[in-house]
Design a protein. Structure first.
Length: 60
């Protein structure tokens, strides 16, 4: 199973509370933070919720 490298690119200020909660659940606290997560449907769903705020890469 692959992994996803998720990097926060934009601020959560002005976003909805669910978008802010999703960023926190992914482990992202500030612009430039990067986390590596397992490529699972739950993570893909969270990433799609905040896709306009993050950059995603597939990592092996």
């Amino acid at each position: 199973m692959g992994r996803l490298k998720v990097t926060q690119r934009k601020s959560k200020i002005g976003g909805t509370s669910s978008q802010r909660d999703t960023l926190r659940s992914l482990g992202l606290k500030r612009i430039g933070d990067t986390v590596v997560k397992e490529d699972r449907p739950e993570i893909r769903g969270m990433v799609s919720t905040v896709s306009h705020l993050v950059a995603v890469e597939e990592v092996d």
